[in-house]
Design a protein around this ligand. Structure first.
Ligand code: MG
Length: 158
């Protein structure tokens, strides 16, 4: 078996008047993530990790923020497309691990729903989709609740 590893990082600004969507789950909160698509920072980091494992560039290349086609896009639809791309190249996901860094809201109550949602889209058992959440200890933009960050690593197998 051949394996490849990729890592992904993303950050989106938190603003009023936007829905907060993480891992495909809408979370009730007074602010949401700003972006051209639904700004699902976790799903974006995972997609970049999948692409990175095969040196295929980043999601900005496939879904440019200048393209009106992706305005308000459901990031799970984009994730399914990236998944198809790696499958077309003969690869499958071994496992995903990720971290969401957010000061608020508390993400723990939503982690299982996010894992289950992403696992369903990727046709994986949920135990292959790791999602952890941490705060930024009130430091920097994330700590001031101005942004949410996500990091992801993905192992691909062939
Ligand atoms: Mg993004």
């Amino acid at each position: 078996m051949t394996i490849r590893i990729g890592n992904g990082y993303d950050i989106h600004r938190l603003v009023r008047g936007r829905d907060l969507i993480l891992g495909g789950i809408k979370i009730d909160h007074e602010t949401g993530l700003l972006g051209h698509s639904d700004a699902d920072v976790l799903t974006h980091a995972i997609m970049d990790a999948m692409l990175g494992a095969l040196s295929l560039g980043d999601i900005g290349h496939y879904f440019p923020p200048t393209d009106p086609q992706w305005a308000g896009a459901d990031s799970l639809v984009l994730l399914a497309q990236v998944h198809q791309l790696i499958q077309d190249k003969g690869w499958q996901i071994g496992n995903i691990d990720s971290v969401v860094v957010a000061e608020r809201p508390k993400l723990k109550p939503h982690i299982e729903a996010m894992r289950s949602r992403l696992a369903t889209v990727l046709d994986l058992p949920p135990d292959r989709v790791g999602i952890k959440a941490t705060t930024n200890e009130k430091l920097d933009a994330v700590g001031r609740e101005e942004a949410i960050v996500a990091h992801a690593v993905v192992l691909l197998e062939q």
